[in-house]
Design a protein around this ligand. Sequence first.
Ligand code: ADP
Ligand code: 5GP
Length: 220
Amino acid sequence: MGDTNHSNLHASGDTLHRRGLMFILSSPSGAGKTTLSRKLLEADHEIKLSVSVTTRPPRPGEIDGVHYTFVSNAQFDAMVAEDDFYEWAEVFGNRYGTPKGAIRAALKQGQDFLFDIDWQGTQQLYQKDQQDVVRVFILPPSIDELHRRLKGRATDSEEVIAARMERARAEISHWDGYDYVIINDDIEVCFAKVRAILEAERMKRARQTGLIPFVRELMG
Ligand code: ADP
Ligand code: 5GP
C-alpha cells in the first residue's frame, strides 16, 4: 500500500500541471537567434513559436504562416486598428507585431511560447506580463564575427548589412534589459545554455500550479 502510494506520487510528480512561459530570444541581427530558435523548436516539443506578423517581404526559404505571417501595409494597419497585437514595432522600415491570438489561453494550459523579437517588443511584452516572460539576450563573440556571420548568411545586400551593423551597437546597448545573457561563440555550447535556462525556468515554483495539490497529497 505504502509502495503503491509512493509510485503514484512519482508518476504525478512528472506530469504536474504548470503555467506556460513566454521565452524571448533577442540579439543584434546576425548573432544567431534564428539558428538557436530553430534548434530549440526541433529539440523541444513543449515550446511553440509565436509567429509574428510582418510587412517585410519573405526571404528565400521562408514560409508564410511558419516563419512569419506576411501581410501588406494596409493589412497591418487594419490589425493595429483592431487591437490585434500584444506589441508591434518598426524595424528597418518594416513593421513587425506579435498577434494576441490564442496565446493567453494556451499559457494557462501549460503551452510554452518562443518569441524571436527585438528589445522594443521584449519591453512591451514584459510590461504586459512579467510573470510569464523569460528574457534571454544573445551576444556575438565580437563585432568582426558579427559582420562575418551577416555576410555569410548571404540573404541581404551590402547596404542592408551595413545598416544592420550600424544598428547592432544600439541593439547591444539594451543587454541590461534581459534576465540572461549568453555569448554565442560555439553554437552547441550556446544552445545547451539556452536549454538549461528553459528547463530551470519551467521548474520555478510559481509556474508549477500543480504543486499545491501534489504537496498536500505528499503530506497527507
Ligand atoms: P539572427 O537571427 O540573430 O539574425 P542567424 O541565426 O540568422 O542570426 O545567424 C546569422 C548567421 O550566422 C547564419 O548564417 C548562421 O548560420 C551563423 N551562425 C549562427 N551562430 C553561429 C555560431 N555560433 N558560429 C558560427 N556561425 C553562426
Ligand atoms: P528579420 O527581418 O531579420 O526577420 O527581423 C528583424 C528584427 O525584427 C529582428 O530584430 C526581430 O527580432 C524583430 N522582430 C521580429 N518579429 C517581431 C515582433 O513581432 N515584434 C517586434 N517588436 N520585433 C520583431
